[in-house]
Design a protein around this ligand. Structure first.
Ligand code: NDP
Length: 334
């Protein structure tokens, strides 16, 4: 190993139930078992990581825990024939930072099944600008295409548009020629969203004001919803005939107050998105698309804030409060 010990963000729970998160020095024998050991150079911050830092039971399965659902780095040891020392690899999801110690650490040891070779020509850092957020946006776009919603079909609405998943979805859809309506709660993000290609920007409240009839004026050919709750219900009520509404998030709530009319009268498809357990062939296909044909022009310049491990807690707080814009890449100490 290149190091005798290394640094990681450890979340602990005291006997009194108090959750703390702090950078600690670990030795390699503390890493969990796994076939591939990776020197992590970049990770990223996602909404789930902010939850993990608070010890949220939906993300953290056991304490102590290392959060970080994303990691990009170089293999230093492998017992699996698919990977050798020196290979550049990435991990997004697959249980990393949930049931497996995660990427907010200089080293991870993981099952080979969740490792993906770096999708060239993306650099490791660019892979983490995408991270799970970009991968999830990619899954949503793939689902919209699979349902044959062409750019000519009409507007695509993206909620939580200034967040990680939302901003990348706006950029990819605009690049593919869709007319994108971005829904955001932040006036400070309007310029960014326009530069990413949004044709229209709507405030969250304006969408809610659409009333509570079971069906609203058919407005959307497709949707990428990262918010859930009432906003998702409003979008489904206003979804057009044979539209595809992809749902991946719950920052605005986990309940859906809805009738079946959008489904049985308009043939609306509600497509659920799960980026954690995506089968490997689909995972690789999405990464290939993210690497070349879907890559937004402004990926590096527009979407990235780069931070160090000791800034993670501060930025996770901003994410949790819905204040972050774009993607937060974490640079691990070398
Ligand atoms: P971010 O925190 O980066 O973005 C979320 C955005 O949602 C915010 O920036 C804000 O955007 C908006 N928002 C925040 N709070 C509220 C609120 N109370 N009501 C309405 N909108 C709000 O998170 P991510 O993009 O990383 O993730 C978004 C969601 O998707 C999360 O719920 C996350 O858990 C989920 N997710 C799910 C995955 C899956 O596999 N299913 C994978 C990845 C993420 P704005 O101000 O522009 O409205």
């Amino acid at each position: 190993m290149p190091h005798e010990s290394f640094q990681a963000m450890l979340v602990r729970k005291s006997q009194a139930g108090r959750i703390t998160a702090a950078i600690e020095t670990l030795s390699f024998d503390q890493l969990p078992p796994g076939q591939v050991t990776i020197h992590v150079l970049y990770s990223s911050l996602n909404y789930k990581d902010a939850l993990a830092l608070e010890g949220h039971p939906g993300v953290v399965r056991a304490f102590p825990h290392v959060p970080g659902i994303d990691a990009a780095g170089v293999v230093v040891e492998s017992n699996d024939p698919r990977y050798a020392s020196g290979d550049e690899v990435i991990i997004t999801g697959g249980g990393l930072g949930e049931r497996i110690w995660g990427g907010l650490s200089q080293f991870v040891r993981v099952p080979a099944e969740i490792v993906v070779p770096r999708p060239a020509p993306l650099s490791l850092q660019e892979c983490m600008i995408y991270g799970t957020a970009g991968f999830t946006a990619g899954l949503c776009v793939a689902e919209i295409e699979r349902h044959d919603v062409a750019p000519e079909a009409g507007d695509v609405v993206v909620t939580g548009a200034s967040g990680g998943v939302g901003s990348i979805a706006v950029a990819i859809l605009a690049r593919l020629g869709y007319r994108v309506t971005a829904v955001t709660g932040k006036s400070a993000a309007h310029d960014l969203l326009r530069r990413l290609g949004a044709a229209e920007i709507v405030g969250r409240e304006a969408l809610h004001e659409a009333g509570d009839r079971p069906l609203l004026k058919a407005r959307w050919a497709a949707a990428v919803d990262t918010v859930g709750g009432d906003l998702l219900a409003t979008i489904l009520r206003g979804a057009g005939p044979h539209s595809c509404v992809t749902a991946c998030g719950l920052v605005g709530g986990d309940h859906l107050n809805l009738t079946v009319y959008p489904f049985i009268l308009r043939g609306v498809t509600l497509a659920g998105i799960n980026s954690v357990d995506t089968p490997m062939p689909q995972r690789r296909m999405i990464w290939e698309k993210l690497a070349e044909p879907w890559r937004p022009a402004g990926l590096n310049e527009l979407l990235q804030t780069e931070i160090d491990l000791d800034q993670v807690a501060e930025y996770a707080g901003r994410l949790k409060a819905g204040q972050a814009i774009g993607r937060i890449v974490v640079r691990l100490p070398r």
